[in-house]
Ligand binder design. Sequence first.
Ligand code: FBP
Ligand code: MG
Ligand code: MG
Length: 315
Amino acid sequence: MTDLAQWLSAQTDDADLGKAILSMAAAGAEIAAVLREAPIAGQTGLAGSDNVQGEAQKALDVISNDIVLNHLEANAAISILVSEELDEAVELSSQGRLIVATDPLDGSSNLDLNVTVGTIFSVLANAGGPLQKGRAQLAAGYVAYGPATSLVVRIEGPTSIFNLSDRGEWVQTVADAKVPAASGEFAINTARERFWDAATTGYVRENIAGETGPAGKRYNMRWVGSMVADVHRILMRGGVFLYPLDSETVTKGGRLRLLYEANPMAWLVQGAGGRSTTGTQDILEVEPVDIHQRVPVILGSADEVKRVEEWYERE
Ligand SMILES: O=P(O)(O)OC[C@H]1O[C@](O)(COP(=O)(O)O)[C@@H](O)[C@@H]1O
Ligand SMILES: [Mg+2]
Ligand SMILES: [Mg+2]
């Protein structure tokens, strides 16, 4: 049995990086416990406040953010925290070498429904602040709060999966996750079809046409509405996730956030042999200009992502 601490010491000599990941795992275990009790504690509703992006915060968005903040404040290696729920980057330890960017609770619109939500994180070196390309990430991961609590994490090598035991240990269950290159599943919010560009419409129509259409095979569609849950399914059995630029999100640059949603997920998917793109560029090559910047996201099975890229080249 490999636990998280053993895996970290085999993956990196950087003790600070290992501690940053352990802090996020500890925050994840604490958030998992809070989520289990949340319906009983009456915590699934709104906080009564908006975040900097104008989205209504759930009480659990705020609680999860506080839990992450507490764990990182106690870690002298962390210099800066960027969070979806915090307007500005927060300075923590002045001697810290690392930056963490986090979506403390992803998919929080699903909280009333007992559907999988998650915590996403990205770790960067403190080299001139948090506005760094995803390619510069030192590590990334997410915790998925579903029937099991799973931590998916990658430094530079494989994307590895751990599950939280009853005794509070993170036990490795998949050493080297692999996203199958071919897949017959796609994930997109189809209610947005009227806003889509020609490339997205073309790709999705080909899939829906099935075995007699140009794709020559049958597709299934799945959309949980929690990025963590949708990406976790793709990591386990393949598929493609799309939140493309569309006519409604174009002025914002997309829907999902670059630093703490798109980059860490692209890092994990690429570590598992998958691909990621904005449609025209690898997500990991996007130069950030704002900590809450949004970006189009297409990632998952390599063959499917390439098909979407071909549509963007044609259109
Ligand atoms: O409401 P839509 O269009 O289905 O969007 C769902 C997407 O929004 C998100 O919920 C945004 O994340 P937050 O819940 O952290 O704001 C993603 O998890 C998900 O993929
Ligand atoms: Mg999110
Ligand atoms: Mg969130």
